[in-house]
Design a protein around this ligand. Structure first.
Ligand code: ATP
Ligand code: MG
Length: 570
């Protein structure tokens, strides 16, 4: 390919609204253009990278026994009504009607559809295991599309679905996919971790997210350097902390004027945060109040809380609702809340002695609160609802955990029989007995993977592509394309590399060298070959390695071989 034939409009500045490096750089490098919020066009450079990522995915899916196929993007409402997700999926699902008034949705995922595909025809244990996958556009009407391709509304996903005759078989399929994902993200050049995750709305009981470690990630990851533990913060389980035993003093109300935050309270009472119990008030989708209590220095993990009360959605409660439940904003405590209100107490709180908490009256707290004595056990839920933080003991080995941020690029789920039971997808086992298929589903965000690669590999000048997914591996730049000797030598190198199967671009534009070099750095080709006057006069060709900035000088006879060797290392 020649640059004069490439549509890649580069920009000096990123437009307003592009906030993280991958988003800015993809726009500046002429890779993507926005059509509307969360909707993007992939220009040729981006599409080349997408195709390379897809190819890596295909090779690994096929090697693991997957078969590529394609389902429709638009799906009939009836299937989602059968599984119960037509309503449950919520506003992220874009619903449409056809000319006859029949309802459909734009597929946000395909569990229902695939189960329908196989339910009448995957009938015998002899046909199992079976793995089918597609690479296709999905649509989710995200509430806050942002960061370009990282969280868009229309996005490309690889989704594979596995069918097995029993749990043992499903475990094998899961492991195959786990290994295939490990290969894919290794081949894409990532520093990543498979992390334990929450199974969320999709259901299922066992799942890992493949997470690329990057500052701008949306997930908080807890990981351990002493063992291989890594978990999404929303999922990370914590064992209760047991405070040193104290004699339980009598419960007492104290006047604490104006102390409606933990800091003010601690100052006023002269106690540490570890001696206080903090309240956070939420409302679920039915507007019921959910009160969560954690130790003063801890935070509530809203995913764990949501699971504890079986809520579909939680938002902060308003003051009127808190009062209606018997609480007082800023002075809330578990004692005296109206019966029937969800009161969820973190397990650690139950092990505290002589603590301070709100008395549900303005400017009043209780001191000497001993939860094991003072919290009525009727109706309260005691469980782990705490958010993990740096230094907490690793749930596997007990050493202090570290926190980092990550980008979820893929996820593997064991679904069990959730969808096969709902949609009656059964098979006949060895004894002719009818059983539900045991399923798994496995997604990779292709565009998000491209964005994550840029997040992990960039500098002030632009993108630094890992070779495997670079739009072109090499760019050959004649310093002055108006000089016939330079253009001719550049063409020779270009042809020589093409013959060897190298993915090479010739920047044959009659632009200033500076412009071409800047574009090359911005787009981030792993290698740049510079053919200038020295190349013509002294047989001195220059190769710049984008990643290290290193310059290599060599003669034209060694050039092709050396480039091939260098590429193997990038
Ligand atoms: P998230 O938690 O980030 O919203 P998810 O867990 O809902 O994602 P899955 O249903 O697991 O997503 O989808 C599989 C993969 O699709 C994700 O791992 C991610 O890489 C990609 N993906 C999901 N939502 C988006 C989106 N809005 N934009 C781009 N890629 C996405
Ligand atoms: Mg996910």
């Amino acid at each position: 390919m020649r640059t004069t034939n490439l549509y890649a409009p580069t920009l000096r500045e990123a437009p307003a609204g592009a906030d993280i490096p991958s988003h800015k750089l993809m726009i500046r490098a002429g890779m993507i253009r926005k059509a509307a919020g969360g909707l993007y066009t992939y220009l040729p450079l981006a599409w080349r990278t997408i195709r390379k990522i897809e190819q890596i995915i295909r090779e690994e899916m096929d090697a693991a026994g997957g078969q590529e196929f394609m389902m429709p993007i638009i799906q009939p409402a009836e299937l989602w009504q059968e599984s119960g997700r037509w309503e449950r999926f919520g506003a992220e699902m874009l619903k449409v009607k056809d000319r006859h008034g029949r309802e459909f949705c734009f597929g946000p995922t395909h569990e229902e559809m695939i189960t329908d595909v196989v339910r009448n025809e995957l009938r015998s244990y002899k046909q199992l295991p079976c793995m089918l996958y597609q690479i296709q556009d999905k649509f989710r009407d995200e509430i806050r599309p942002r960061f370009g391709l990282m969280r868009s509304r229309e996005f490309i996903m690889k989704d594979l679905y596995s069918f097995d005759k029993d749990d043992a078989g499903a475990d094998i399929s899961y492991q195959k996919m786990y290994d295939a994902y490990t290969n894919i993200f290794t081949r894409c050049g990532f520093n990543f971790r498979p992390v334990e995750a929450d199974s969320g709305a999709i259901g299922g009981n066992h799942t890992h997210e493949f997470t690329v470690l990057a500052e701008n990630g949306e997930s908080d990851i807890a990981y351990c350097e002493s063992c291989d533990y890594a978990a999404n913060a929303e999922k990370a389980e914590l064992s209760p902390i047991v405070a040193d035993k104290e004699d339980m003093l009598p419960l007492e109300k104290v006047s604490t004027p104006g102390t409606n935050t933990i800091d003010l309270l601690c100052d006023f009472m002269n106690v540490s945060q570890e001696k206080t119990i903090k309240a956070v008030a939420f409302q679920n989708e039915k507007d019921e109040v959910v009160l969560a209590f954690v130790r003063g220095d801890h935070d509530v993990n809203d995913v764990k809380l949501q699971n504890a009360v079986g809520a579909l959605d939680l938002r902060m409660a308003d003051d009127d609702s808190i009062r209606a439940a018997g609480g007082e904003p800023g002075f809330m405590g578990p004692i005296g809340i109206n019966k029937g209100t969800y009161v969820v107490v973190d397990s650690t709180v139950m092990n505290m002695f002589n603590a301070v908490t709100g008395a549900n009256e303005k400017d009043v707290h209780y001191k000497n609160v001993n939860p094991s004595r003072d919290f009525s056990d009727e109706g309260i839920i005691v469980t782990d609802i705490r958010l993990i933080k740096e230094g907490d003991p690793c749930p596997h080995c007990g050493k202090p955990v570290k926190m980092t941020r990550g980008i979820e690029v893929g996820q593997v789920f064991k679904l069990g029989t959730k969808y096969s039971e709902a949609l009656h997808a059964t098979f006949l086992d060895e004894n002719g007995k009818e059983k539900p298929l045991v399923m798994g589903c496995y997604g990779i965000g292709v565009g998000r993977t491209m964005a994550a690669a840029i997040e992990q590999h960039n500098d002030k000048d632009g993108i630094i592509w890992p070779r495997a997914i670079a739009p072109f591996e090499v760019v050959v730049v004649p310093v002055n394309a108006k000089v016939p000797e330079q253009l001719e030598l550049a063409e020779q190198i270009y042809d020589g590399l093409k013959v060897k199967g190298v993915d090479v671009l010739l920047d044959d534009r009659k632009e200033r060298a500076g412009v071409k070099f800047k574009d090359a750095d911005l787009i981030g080709y792993p290698l740049r070959i510079i053919v200038g006057p020295k190349a013509i006069n002294n047989d001195d060709i220059e190769i710049k390695i984008r990643k290290s900035g290193e310059m290599i000088h060599l003669g034209k006879d060694e050039c092709i071989k050396r480039v091939q060797e260098l590429l193997k290392t990038l």
